[in-house]
Design a protein around this ligand. Structure first.
Ligand code: HEC
Length: 251
């Protein structure tokens, strides 16, 4: 058809053919997305409820602090479907696991390890020590100290507005009785109660009191929120209940 040389020496033709090649590649990637039912796995618990739920108010504030402090600059939250990653971090991340994250924290840079499944790996006490001064528990760590997390009182006066904003973009926090009932159906009653915007303050305070990472139950610090968030990462799906190959069709 064309001689290679005549394409390379004719800029206009090269541009047109490059665009055609990119166009074909783009279509092959994008068109199938319009024809499959979904790219987000439906993962259920043993009793048929959604395994992945939106964050509780305290976890949500913790996530805000994670973003505010720039933790994402060094930590990704996406385990790729490669053998070495699965061996180090656990089951590869599913789309379902970040479906309620706005914005998601997948990240592209790992100065520190991936945190997608860090929940439950350490005790709350370990996290507090580590965040205040990482070298206290990992002597060679280059992670910065975050001592103010224990000192800063958590501000959550706008927690309802934050949840309402996320509701606008599709996160199923409930505001009306109808929405609450739908959540009971979807997540079970215990979880549905934590997603009720009207009860956000009480729920946040109750969870923080249980965490009590600073030894003063009456004080709610940024530390409590951040540790609550870290401890839930990657723990919502019980992979022991699922066949190893169950999620392959979504890849
Ligand atoms: C300058 C880069 C950097 C920043 C910013 C950073 N970290 Fe780290 N983080 C690291 C490194 C390196 C390690 C591994 C050494 C260690 O455990 O301290 C680590 C380890 C961790 C671990 C333990 C992970 C594991 O599986 O052992 C947690 C949890 C963690 N970081 C949370 C955070 C949080 C939360 C923030 C934000 C408040 C943060 N990091 C900010 C570099 C960073």
């Amino acid at each position: 058809m064309f001689k290679h040389e005549s394409i390379e020496t004719n800029t206009g033709l090269l541009i047109v053919l490059t665009l055609v090649a990119i166009g074909i590649g783009g279509l092959v990637e994008i068109v199938p997305l319009f024809y499959i039912d979904g790219t987000v796995e439906e993962v259920k618990t043993a009793d048929g409820k959604d395994a992945v739920r939106p964050y509780t108010p305290l976890e949500l504030r913790g996530r805000d602090i994670y973003i505010k402090e720039g933790c994402y600059n060094c930590h990704s939250q996406m385990i790729r479907p490669f053998r070495d990653e699965a061996l180090r971090y656990g089951h590869y991340s599913l789309a379902a696991e970040s479906q309620y994250d706005h914005p998601f924290q997948w990240g592209s840079k790992r100065t520190g390890p991936d945190l997608a499944r860090v929940g439950g790996k350490y005790s709350n006490g370990w996290h507090v020590k580590h965040l205040v001064k990482p070298t206290a528990v990992v002597p060679t760590s280059i992670m910065p100290n975050y001592p103010w997390l224990l000192e800063n009182k958590l501000s959550f006066g706008d927690i309802k507005e934050r949840m309402l904003a996320l509701k606008q973009v599709g996160v199923p926090y409930s505001f009306t009785q109808i929405e609450f009932d739908a959540n009971v159906e979807k997540f079970g009653e215990k979880v549905a109660k934590t997603l009720d915007i009207n009860k956000a303050d009480e729920n946040l305070m109750a969870q923080a009191k249980k965490m009590n990472t600073d030894g003063d139950a009456a004080r709610i610090t940024e530390m409590e929120a951040l540790v609550a968030y870290l401890q839930v990462l990657g723990t919502m799906i019980d992979f022991k209940q699922h066949d190893e190959h169950e999620f392959i069709q979504f890849r």
